[in-house]
Design a protein around this ligand. Structure first.
Ligand code: ZN
Length: 140
């Protein structure tokens, strides 16, 4: 795979330096079978250093969930060698089953079948609170 251009796939740019492997894990990319290029510590005018990920032939990742991990990243969906869609990430307002509530008295700790729902309460500090007991959780 050529690193600079792909015909079809996903290019995730402006990933915080050092976060590429985390992002890959999060996207559940099959490193053994998918063609993946990871560029770490590339020079970035905006952030100093950044990571870039290129995944060939995969266009169905879940960028909303990715916003939780790194909302400064940009996701480009590539089709026929051109950017067909550009997705700007932001912190999701609501996340389900990503963070677990640590309050032992919370209903989610007592009843395992209840989904762990967290709502964004402070975007600057990246803080979420449990929808059931208001316990604060930091996602990163
Ligand atoms: Zn809770």
């Amino acid at each position: 795979m050529e690193v600079n251009s792909i015909e079809k796939g996903i290019v995730i740019d402006h990933i915080r330096a050092g976060f590429a492997m985390k992002v890959l894990e999060y996207l559940d990319v099959d490193i053994a079978n998918d063609t993946v290029a990871v560029i770490m510590n590339a020079a970035s005018r905006k952030y100093g250093k950044k990571d870039i990920i290129k995944i060939e032939n995969v266009t169905d990742a879940d960028p909303a969930a990715l916003g939780l991990l790194d909302h400064t990243a940009t996701v480009n969906i590539i089709e026929n060698g051109k950017i067909s869609r550009k997705i700007k990430l932001s912190l999701p307002q609501r996340v389900v089953n990503v963070v677990k509530c640590k309050n032992p008295r919370c209903v989610t700790s007592i009843e395992p079948s209840i989904p762990h729902v967290f709502r964004l309460v402070d975007a600057e500090r990246e803080e979420y609170s449990c929808a059931y007991c208001d316990e604060i959780a930091k996602v990163l």
